[in-house]
Design a protein around this ligand. Structure first.
Ligand SMILES: Nc1ncnc2c1ncn2[C@@H]1O[C@H](COP(=O)(O)OP(=O)(O)OP(=O)(O)O)[C@@H](O)[C@H]1O
Ligand SMILES: [Mg+2]
Length: 254
């Protein structure tokens, strides 16, 4: 097992206020993680650090042994796939699906001209994996939320990354589409060259059996991290969300 994410004592200020405070987090190959915490506790901020959109004021960030500040961030970005509503909102509606998927090659948002047969094959393969090849040729803005999500997953996977980060990916989906996505993520985690998957979520159902570990953040601090069975506990949830043991057992432990 080798380290995929290694974050040591990072602190981040946004708008003049501390958002992440002395946070450390380590993940290893073979693990898949969920990340939870109250609104505004710093989850997306942490993810933005990992994808190199934001810089920590203090501390050390390594992905697959490469330390931020001492490595080519553009190269590193090609090893990390990222799906979030932030990306979804920034894609021009008239961009073709294949160009959106291809833009994952360099992590740019939106359009990327397909110049090689190899890239075209990869775009088609990824759309096929997410059973969305029929979207080829469609404009992104004409797709349903579920179809847009599959397109963004294909984009995030176009380089076969070692790390796939999903920031609240399922929030807009109906039950059927959500279950369809659960099956896609499960299938992906079971492939031989599966990336480590990190999902930010507020919903217990999103913590699929393939997720092995969890990180809980409260007010910018990592208050619990480790194996799922040690995280999905009333003591942790009382600390993170202020819910009682009774309410945890009533609504969360089943
Ligand atoms: N660009 C920004 N400028 C200033 N403050 C920001 C910026 N982006 C986020 N923040 C602040 O940083 C804090 C953490 O925000 P973040 O988006 O990381 O929270 P989150 O845990 O992802 O919340 P949610 O569950 O609602 O998505 C919040 O107080 C937020 O207002
Ligand atoms: Mg967020």
């Amino acid at each position: 097992m080798h380290e995929i994410i290694s974050i040591k004592n990072i602190s981040v200020n946004r708008g003049g206020k501390p958002v992440l405070k002395n946070l450390s987090w380590t993940t290893h190959s073979g693990e898949h993680w969920f990340l939870m915490g109250q609104n505004g506790c710093g989850k997306t901020t942490l993810i933005e650090i990992l994808v190199g959109y934001l810089w920590a004021q203090d501390g050390k960030v390594c992905i697959m042994g490469e330390e931020f500040g001492h490595t080519n961030l553009r190269d590193l970005r090609t090893k990390v796939g990222y799906v979030s509503s932030w990306i979804m909102k920034r894609i021009q509606p008239d961009t073709l699906v294949e160009d959106v998927v291809a833009s994952g090659v360099d992590g740019s948002v939106g359009s990327f001209e397909i110049k090689s047969q190899k890239l075209m094959r990869s775009v088609k393969n990824k759309l096929k994996f997410f059973r969305s090849l029929e979207l080829f040729g469609r404009k992104f803005g004409t797709l349903s939320s579920g179809q847009q999500l599959k397109c963004l997953l294909a984009r995030a996977m176009v380089n076969n990354p070692k790390l796939l980060i999903l920031d609240e990916p399922f929030s807009l989906l109906d039950v059927g589409t959500r279950i369809d996505m659960y099956n896609h993520i499960t299938a992906l985690c079971k492939t031989k060259s599966a990336p480590q998957v990190i999902i930010v979520t507020h919903h217990k159902e999103d913590i699929l059996p393939v997720f092995t570990h969890g990180l809980i953040i409260n007010a910018g601090k990592a208050i619990a991290q480790g194996r799922k069975k040690d995280i999905l506990k009333p003591t942790v949830f009382t600390k993170a969300f202020g819910i009682t043991k009774n309410n945890f057992e009533k609504y969360f432990s089943k």
